[in-house]
Design a protein around this ligand. Structure first.
Ligand SMILES: CC(C)(COP(=O)(O)OP(=O)(O)OC[C@H]1O[C@@H](n2cnc3c(N)ncnc32)[C@H](O)[C@@H]1OP(=O)(O)O)[C@@H](O)C(=O)NCCC(=O)NCCS
Length: 183
């Protein structure tokens, strides 16, 4: 069984980024992304309607963290320190040493290799200090940017579930990609 401890919070740095803990000060920038139907088109979660929805999301992130049941990093540029995106592990199955990865980046910062830098770093954290055996990603078959990112990082497709996810009155398909730790 995985024994996780996210205290103290593992701040991670890359060439251009600092991946740090979320604070409530990040809520306005998070809200900008979570309320935008285009940015959220492949993330089948309810859109944030008010700033309070984003604050609630940060509360959920912090509660998961406190219980050692999930970890989400706020992605910031080294010279700016403001939220530009998020990346993390949730739906952690401790008994199976397995977690689901999720990520979101402000479109103004997309296409510059930022998520590539962030994902490499948290994959190393997941298989290193966290001792995961499998990282899973659930992705819409239409989300080409996310699929490209996963394939570039050696995730392989394990499943194509047809109409398995009911959201906003529609049964959506899901691709399941996984990456196993090197044995
Ligand atoms: C998916 C996402 C995080 C990618 O972030 P990004 O920083 O733009 O990605 P990168 O610049 O690091 O690119 C990584 C690879 O994906 C490719 N890629 C990025 N966006 C792409 C797009 N729109 N179409 C095709 N390929 C794309 C890049 O070309 C790169 O591969 P390469 O180096 O071989 O050229 C970003 O598009 C996003 O936040 N999307 C909205 C939220 C979302 O859908 N999250 C995932 C839910 S499963």
């Amino acid at each position: 069984m995985l024994n996780l401890n996210f205290d103290p919070f593992p701040v991670l740095t890359t060439e251009r980024l600092i991946l740090r803990r979320f604070t409530f000060a990040d809520a306005p920038k998070l809200f900008e992304l979570r309320k935008d139907p285009v940015i959220m088109q492949y993330i089948s979660r309810p859109l944030s309607k008010t700033l309070d929805d984003a604050i609630d999301l940060i509360k959920v992130i912090n509660d998961l963290l406190k219980g050692n049941n999930g970890i989400t990093w706020c992605i910031t540029l080294k010279n700016e320190q403001e939220f530009v995106g998020s990346i993390g592990f949730w739906r952690i199955e401790k008994e199976n040493y397995r977690a689901e990865i999720g990520y979101l980046l402000n479109p103004a910062y997309q296409g510059r290799g930022i998520m590539q830098e962030a994902i490499e770093t948290i994959i190393n954290y997941g298989f290193g200090p966290m001792s995961l055996h499998t990282i899973q990603a659930n992705v819409s078959p239409d989300n080409l940017a996310s699929i490209k990112l996963l394939q570039k990082n050696n995730f392989t497709q394990e499943a194509y579930f047809k109409e398995n996810y009911f959201f906003n009155g529609v049964f959506e398909d899901t691709l399941v990609y996984t990456l196993l730790t090197k044995t």
